[in-house]
Design a protein around this ligand. Sequence first.
Ligand code: IMP
Length: 195
Amino acid sequence: MKFVFATNNQHKLNEVREIVGEWAEIVSLSDIDCHDDIPETSDTLEGNALQKARYIKEHYGWDCFADDTGLEVEALNNAPGVYSARYAGPGHDSEANMRKLLAEMEGKENRKARFRTVIALLVDGKEYIFEGIVQGTIIREKRGNGGFGYDPIFQPDGFTETFAEMGEEAKNRVSHRARAVRRLIDFLSTYVPSV
Ligand code: IMP
């Protein structure tokens, strides 16, 4: 099987390809020659994931899946959530986002947070949504050099390392994206295409 994964983020592609394994071929946006700035204007993860998947179907004709992820911090009323990528403002990077989050968390005792991934799948003219969640804690100072985004300040429950310290393989076993992708694969592995 072959699917377009509506991303050009190499980290995400590697993670998803690793989880999917031999089971299906996953091609990226650049593999289908899509270099568009796909709109993500919804105020929910579900809305953004659907918007991206629909765009690919409409403009390129491919069945595909798209994801959107947010870091939801309990003490911040689930911020940054859908705005995780641009928390410190447009054009800012992960370092600035983490600095802002740590500043917002100063003096807060409740450091519970979760990563939530939503995947929207478009296949045979139908839309499906899959969700993956990992619970954890926002630590006080960055640790580790692996991963991306907020990984250095997120410690998943049941571990003493941050996502950035765990290495890709260990992260892939428990991550929000891995959980959502596994649900996607479970669904597709029993899926009977309509004719
Ligand atoms: P996206 O919708 O998957 O691009 O995620 C939005 C933002 O959430 C990214 O820009 C990252 O800052 C953050 N993010 C998403 N997934 C992860 C992850 O696995 N680790 C750390 N940060 C992540």
